[in-house]
Design a protein around this ligand. Structure first.
Ligand SMILES: *[C@@H]1O[C@H](CO)[C@@H](O)[C@H](O)[C@H]1NC(C)=O
Ligand SMILES: *[C@@H]1O[C@H](CO)[C@@H](O)[C@H](O)[C@H]1NC(C)=O
Length: 389
């Protein structure tokens, strides 16, 4: 099913070249890779978008043939993101990881020319550390067979462009910190939007309630239970919220980003209730129609292009569809920036939970049209109870 992920591995883990790649695949890969290099070299960044010192750094990083001045880049990185390291050893190790990530950003840039890849607050983390601490969608995902399916909606009158941020249904970008709780942010984001549609009030809801109290299990998968900073699933979290009675406000149950706290859910302080939730089919028009009708949607994605993402529309030639991150789909555009000017790329607008300093003020854009990075694969919609107080 996921024919592209072996190709992807082949590119990015050179010491694993032989594993899982047939000759045909290697040939296809070679062609794709050459193609992407050709495209990447004919591409110049828009100058008007990169005019600050830091942005020049990013440009330099992804544009140079040699990674000159890595020291200088690293000190700007430390200053910009307030990084300090306890020991000289730690500092030197992080510098080597930073260097490896500069090279990785260059490789990802070639595969993803309509986005900008470079230095982010995650540039001193190895990909494994990044996955462990900043993602958190439980693996081995399947949509439960008994899950409600969202009814098929008409799609003929959909707006060309749509963004729930323009309609007051999206709270400010939050930050999950170093905790694999992305799934709880995707869940609150969807219910915040649904609750806004049901009550007319935008109320920020508590992720920590889900982290501490939600241990709901996926009925299809033994051991796949929501487990705080160690991951979870949005569908299970909607189930928990339905059974528990609802979610408290953010300010009444504050996010700490840590595990192991006792559950402090107070039923008298419920701010939003789930009426029902369902799974949206793997059809982009249905996803758009559900988004417009029901509010922001909880979606899963493969986050491999997100560690180095700085901006633009991410539309990699190759991306695994293995889902590892839960995010919130808040809108779409019909014509994104297209580097090669062959065609305009329609895209999804995604709210992430890594703070406003990541991506485009905390948001990510990814192209529509071919289930890139699995973005169409697991989409849930939730409805809130209208009489919530
Ligand atoms: C930098 O870009 C911003 C918009 O991206 C623009 O408002 C500003 O005037 C630019 N500054 C310079 C010095 O070009
Ligand atoms: C879900 O709940 C909403 C609000 O109560 C209701 O309008 C809608 O019909 C329900 N959908 C399903 C599929 O039950």
């Amino acid at each position: 099913m996921d024919t592209y992920s072996p190709l992807y591995l082949y590119i990015h883990t050179s010491h694993e070249k032989e594993r899982g790649t047939s000759n045909t695949m290697a040939l296809r890969l070679g062609l794709l890779f050459v193609f992407s290099l050709l495209l990447a070299t004919s591409f110049a960044f828009a100058d008007d978008e990169v005019n600050t010192t830091e942005d020049l750094l990013i440009r330099q990083v992804v544009g140079d043939d040699h990674l000159l001045n890595a020291d200088h880049h690293f000190s700007i990185f430390k200053r910009r993101f307030g990084k300090s390291y306890a020991t000289k050893e730690e500092h030197d190790y992080r510098f080597s990881v930073f260097n490896a990530n500069l090279r990785r950003a260059k490789r990802l840039q070639k595969l993803d020319p309509s986005a900008v890849h470079g230095v982010t607050q995650f540039s001193d983390l190895t990909p494994a550390e990044f996955r462990r601490n900043f993602l958190g969608l439980k693996r081995k995902l399947k949509i439960p067979k008994d899950a409600n399916q969202a009814p098929i909606l008409p799609t003929s009158d959909l707006p060309e462009d749509f963004d729930w941020r323009d309609h007051g249904a999206v709270t400010p970008v939050k930050n999950q910190g170093s905790c694999g709780s992305c799934w709880s942010f995707s869940t609150t984001g969807a219910l915040e939007g649904a609750n806004y549609l049901a009550t007319g009030k935008l109320v920020s809801l508590s992720e920590q309630q889900l982290v501490d109290c939600d241990h709901e299990c996926d009925p299809e998968e033994a051991g796949a239970c929501d487990s705080g900073c160690n991951g979870g699933l949005m569908n299970s979290a909607f189930e928990y919220t339905l059974k528990a009675g609802g979610l408290m406000r953010e300010e009444d149950y504050v996010y700490t980003g840590t595990d192991g706290g006792t559950c402090k859910f107070d039923k008298t302080k419920i701010a939003a209730k789930v009426a029902n939730f369902s799974v949206v089919s793997l059809n982009e028009d249905q996803i758009a129609a559900n988004l417009v009708k029901n509010g922001p949607l909880a979606v899963a994605i493969n986050a491999v292009f997100m560690q180095t993402y700085v901006g633009g529309v991410s539309c990699p030639y190759i991306c695994s569809k293995r889902l590892d991150h839960g995010v919130l789909l808040v809108g779409y555009g019909s014509a994104g920036y297209s580097p090669i000017r062959m065609k305009e790329k329609p895209y999804w607008i995604i709210k992430n939970s890594w703070g406003e300093n990541w991506g485009e003020n905390g948001f990510y854009k990814i192209c529509r049209g071919r289930n890139i990075c699995g973005v169409d694969s697991m989409v849930s919609t939730v409805a809130a109870v209208t009489t919530s107080h």
